[in-house]
Design a protein around this ligand. Structure first.
Ligand code: GDD
Ligand code: MN
Length: 223
């Protein structure tokens, strides 16, 4: 079973299209899967809308009362998942669902335990982000270099064998749940699969100065 975790906050303009594309991609793989949407009680009714398009046999929508943040939403999703392989992706189509089979293949073949959707390997890139955000992302990855060999260490798009992670050891502050997995995961091999990040068309990013400060705090905890 593959569990796909999708954190959401005010994504009413994106979640339906994402779920439909995900169904299309996952049905073609023939694999057993579940989709777990973890919503922080979005005022725009993301959870209600998601619940209508997500039949119970394909997963569930979890609504948390308070806005506890992206990383913490993903950790809750992992804890409630039943797959031996877990994936994490954004709900705004920046992470193309069509890449998932390419991420799953080497894990299922036993070639790696972690596959990361990567903007910073050959073939990867970024579309639609302002220069300032691109520079922030590059600097963030550079700062993480002492702690992980993953080049796109700030990626929020990754699949892994659940056994490589102890959720009690994960720092749940901020945005960078991927970095926690890349640094603390007990894996032998990681693959970075190139993709082009496309900025969202609907809704607004939740990234702000606060996330930058939380990121620096998160890095400090690795020292
Ligand atoms: N449950 C929950 N709670 N979900 C949240 C919260 C929250 O407080 N904040 C954000 N999310 C969800 C969004 O709804 C979206 O699905 C996903 O987390 C990413 O948030 P965005 O606001 O779209 O972030 P971004 O596009 O600026 O940055 C993303 O892409 C980068 C590149 O891959 C993040 O995934 C970054 O971590 C990543 O580096
Ligand atoms: Mn986004």
């Amino acid at each position: 079973m593959i569990s796909i975790i999708i954190p959401t906050y005010n994504e009413s303009g994106n979640i339906v299209e994402l779920l439909q594309r995900l169904f299309g991609v996952m049905e073609k793989t023939g694999l057993k899967y579940e989709i777990i949407v973890v919503d922080d009680n979005s005022p725009d009714n993301t959870a209600g809308i998601a619940g209508k398009v997500l039949p119970p046999q394909y997963g569930k929508v979890i609504v948390r009362k308070d806005k506890k943040g992206l990383s913490s939403a993903v950790v809750d999703g992992i804890r409630l998942s039943s797959g031996s392989i877990v994936g994490v992706m954004d709900s705004d189509m920046s992470h193309p669902p069509e890449l998932i089979p390419r991420m799953l293949r080497p894990i299922l073949a036993g070639e790696c335990e972690l596959a990361v959707g990567s903007r910073y390997v050959k073939g990867g890139g970024c579309n639609g982000w302002p220069l300032k955000r691109q520079i922030t992302s590059r600097v963030a990855c550079m700062l993480a270099m002492p702690f992980t060999a993953v080049k796109d260490s700030t990626s929020g798009f990754f699949f892994f064998k659940k056994e490589i992670i102890d959720t009690n050891k994960i720092n749940t502050i901020g945005f960078k749940i991927g970095l926690e997995v890349f640094v603390k995961g007990r894996y032998k091999t990681v693959r970075e699969i190139p993709y082009v990040f496309t900025d969202r068309k609907a809704g607004a990013s939740k990234f702000s100065t606060r996330q930058i400060l939380e990121y620096l705090k998160q890095l400090a905890c690795f020292i």
